[in-house]
Design a protein around this ligand. Structure first.
Ligand code: MIC
Ligand code: SF4
Length: 641
């Protein structure tokens, strides 16, 4: 049977299950990546599994999120991560070496391999033909221990690229166009596989921009074939031996085919406060802008920054606008420093930051009150920038550079010709900031500072659950809503008791106190609950506050897995029943364990009102076992006893 590229890679890595859409399968993981904001938990969990050395082909621990170091916490975490990496056979990419996804693409990615990362933008490596998936830290820790990764077999959607980008249109606009058509829920349960004649017109970094932001569709992953362009990129990275040709078989069957004519795409922008609020840039002409930020794992490649430098060269950033640039990696930064593009950026007035996530995750550079910020990033959720009432617009680096020069959006049709940047024939390769683990790390001491606190665990699921609806929220609630990030909160990622004080703080600052007073509690949500990040803190911290279940119309993939992993039951409710429940209602579910074991529907009684609410728990057999045990660590330990 002819197969899609996604199916071929899954088939090569299949450990159990049938490759039928939506059925649970398990796959072997070749590479893992962790980053410091989720990696401290992942490493604590890996340590708790008691395995001396990682069992993957390659595991890399990156430090890129928590680099502000306003107190001892970040630096303590870095030291812990470095020592734990050396002890357990993990490569360590030091702070300042770059954003995990950009560095993995440059230095480690291999076409045809699987990559599991504790970050939702892990599919960036799909630009190289890897099957790269984001997951919670615990699932990544389990993969590091040699356990397979469980997922529902995705439906493979073919995106046929035709023609070629023209004028000021960029790779970013391809994914913005898909977000415009499909919305932030449009990719749930799907892999987007790109094919067709337009593929060869895109370089690997351009492809990576597209696969990166497939995360905003809610997709399981996105992938490009591995072709001559992939080979050129790997050769330029002095890694040509990692290359092999990979593509779907002729006649492969896609669950659906979406046609995108690259030549018809115009420059686009996502307006506040969701990545799918996409309109043409020209419609915003005249809108004044306070800040422009260029960088993030979506758009911080050498080509991106060279394009920006070429647009800015010889001009000065508009006096109304602050321009901030964070290169994606030290390789990019070193190369623009050597070839003069950095000087052009500085001369134009750019404020250049270290290669890290920086403003993308609210680590500095919050915009002014009520401000307008144009960013080349992937998420514009309300408050994520650090300024609650700022409006964030997402666009390509070339458009961001034009905006910085004009202090406002302009119609790009009136701008001079877009500069063309050829991908380099060779990249400057210097892996000095990547520390390989010793052959035998058993003698390495793991250093823990006071900010490294143990992971809280929950006991088995009770048979009767009586719990209060602590909060009712609407559709598309993000993990940034549930567990905010930013400069104040991110340093507490390895300290669950402390970080729990910020759960839902942007929506309802009284939530933690109310949760503690009314434990056990429930959260009630609408559709696509938990979209966005892979941060398992959005499950761990509510769990610490006594949340026992989340009832929602539907869930985002990674967050649902995280809830189960930490013993919070994800329960589904019909829209009409969602309407009937309010904050403060107390629900009682009896015979929970038996119903879950038998995979039967559940009924909740609303205490004090003569009402019952039907609920479903859509989990695989394995997930039900994990839920009954009160979480995956309990379940793995039980299995190993
Ligand atoms: C994000 O972009 O929200 C993050 C920060 O990279 C997260 C991971 C985290 O919360 O640490 C993600 O995308 O998974
Ligand atoms: Fe970092 Fe932003 Fe990318 Fe998340 S989306 S990994 S915070 S650059």
């Amino acid at each position: 049977m002819p197969a899609t590229l996604t199916e071929k890679i899954i088939r090569d890595h299949l450990v159990s299950g049938e490759m039928q859409a939506h059925a649970e399968i398990a796959i072997r993981i070749d590479h893992t990546l962790t980053q410091d904001a989720t990696g401290t938990m992942a490493c604590l969990q890996f340590e708790a599994l008691g395995i001396p050395r990682v069992r993957t082909e390659l595991s890399v621990s990156y430090v890129d999120h928590n680099t502000l170091q306003t107190g001892f916490e970040n630096a303590d975490d870095h030291r812990y991560l470095q020592s734990v990496a050396a002890r357990h056979g993990i490569f360590f990419s030091r702070p300042g070496n770059g954003i995990c996804h950009q560095v993995h693409l440059e230095r480690f990615g291999v076409p045809g391999k699987t990559l599991l990362g504790s970050d939702s933008h892990t599919p960036t490596a799909g630009g190289l033909g890897m099957l790269a998936i984001g997951a919670g830290g615990l699932d990544v820790a389990a993969a590091m221990a040699g356990e397979p990764f469980f997922l529902n077999m995705p439906a493979v959607i073919g995106v046929r690229l035709l023609g070629e980008l023209t004028g000021w249109a960029a790779a970013k606009d391809v994914i913005l166009e898909l977000l415009r058509r499909l919305t932030v829920k449009g990719g749930v349960g799907r892999v987007f596989e790109y094919f067709g004649p337009g593929v060869a017109t895109l370089s690997v970094p351009e492809r990576a921009t597209i696969t990166n932001m497939g995360a905003e569709l809610g997709a399981t992953s996105s992938i490009f074939p591995s072709d001559g362009r992939t080979r050129e990129f790997l050769r330029a990275q002095q890694r040509e031996d990692a290359w092999r040709a990979l593509a779907a078989d002729d006649g492969a069957h896609y669950a659906e085919i979406i046609d995108v004519d690259l030549s018809a795409i115009e420059p686009l922008v996502a307006r506040p406060h969701m990545p799918d609020q996409v309109v043409p840039v020209r419609e915003l002409a005249g809108l004044e802008v306070d800040q422009v930020c260029i960088g993030s794992c979506t758009n911080s490649s050498l080509e991106d920054l060279m394009t920006v430098a070429a647009v800015l060269k010889g001009h000065t950033v508009h006096e109304r606008t602050s321009l901030v640039i964070s290169p994606g990696s030290r390789q990019v930064e070193e190369m623009i420093a050597r070839n003069g593009a950095l000087a052009d950026l500085l001369a134009a007035g750019a404020r250049v930051l270290e290669p890290a996530c920086g403003p993308c995750i609210g680590m500095g550079q919050a915009p002014p009150s009520g401000g307008t910020s144009v960013r080349t990033f992937n998420r514009n959720f309300r408050g994520r920038s650090g300024t609650a009432d700022a409006g964030i617009y997402l666009t390509s680096p070339e458009i961001a550079a034009l905006v910085a020069l004009h202090g406002q959006f302009i119609d790009p049709a009136g701008a001079p010709t877009r500069p063309t940047i050829e991908p380099p024939v060779t990249f400057t390769v210097n892996d000095g900031m990547i520390i390989a683990p010793p052959e035998d790390g058993s003698g390495v001491e793991v250093i823990r500072g006071p900010n490294i606190r143990p992971i809280p665990l929950r006991g088995p699921l009770p048979d009767t659950l009586e719990a209060t609806v602590l909060l009712k929220v609407g559709d598309n609630i993000t993990t940034d809503d549930i567990m905010p990030a930013g400069a104040r909160v991110l340093p507490l990622r390895s300290n669950i008791p402390a970080i729990s004080e910020f759960v839902f703080s942007g929506i309802d600052p009284d939530f933690p106190a109310r949760a503690r007073q009314n434990s056990p509690g429930l959260v009630l949500g609408g559709e696509n609950y938990g979209q966005g990040s892979s941060r398992e803190h959005a499950a761990l911290a509510p769990m610490h506050l006594g949340v026992q279940a989340v009832i929602a119309e539907s869930f985002a993939r990674i967050h649902k897995a995280n809830l189960v992993n930490f013993g919070i039951l994800p329960l589904e409710i019909a829209p009409e029943d969602y309407e009937r429940l309010e904050q403060g209602d107390v629900l009682r579910i009896e015979g929970l364990r038996k119903a879950l074991m038998a995979n039967e529907p559940l009924t909740a009684t609303v205490i004090g009102a003569d009402e019952t609410i039907p609920l479903t728990c859509d989990l695989s057999d394995r997930e039900r076992e994990v839920a009954l045990a009160g979480g995956r660590l309990n379940a793995i330990r039980r299995r190993r006893q």
